[in-house]
Design a protein around this ligand. Structure first.
Ligand code: DQA
Length: 152
């Protein structure tokens, strides 16, 4: 049996990690995060694919495409679309894939407009404020969930 395939989706401005407001988001680059997740995935026995986009429609298409290709779950940091995008939320709801939502910063300690997420009520889990470690914990949770669902 092939290992389950998980999709890691990075929203807008996350391609600038490492340079972007390092006091808030840290010095880890997106490449570092993806490399760490690749290593973690191989230990967990899952495959991972990565998409980063600054464009809402590209992220929506990636979600539709994931469902059509039999992707087993999505780990997503929607960036600012977290707080604005009904369309991206609808894409997640439409495909019905298990979702884990990740944020590097603790959005609840920040501006009030960051306190609402269009995704959290759809998500299996929400991680925020753990920095890059949140992605690792999120991937582990999603992998365990997916592997358990497969053997049930
Ligand atoms: C973020 C938090 C969002 O409010 C912000 O717009 C981002 C990154 C985070 O990872 O902490 O782009 O999702």
């Amino acid at each position: 049996m092939k290992p389950p395939l998980l999709l890691v989706l990075h929203g807008p401005n996350l391609n600038r990690l490492g340079q972007r407001e390092p006091d808030i988001y840290g010095k880890t680059t997106l490449e570092d995060i993806d490399g760490m997740l690749r290593d973690e995935a191989s230990m967990l026995g899952v495959s991972v694919e990565f998409v980063q986009s600054n464009h809402e429609g590209v992220l929506i298409d990636a979600i539709h495409h994931a469902a059509d290709r039999g992707v087993a779950g999505i780990l997503m940091n929607p960036g600012a679309f977290t707080h604005t995008s009904v369309a991206l939320r609808d894409a997640v709801a439409a495909v019905g894939l298990p979702l884990v939502e990740v944020h590097l910063s603790n959005v609840h300690r920040r501006e009030p407009f960051r306190h609402h997420s269009y995704f959290s009520d759809l998500a299996l889990a929400v991680l925020c404020g753990l920095g890059a470690e949140g992605y690792r914990v999120g991937l582990r949770h999603l992998a365990h969930h997916t592997l358990a669902a497969r053997s049930a």
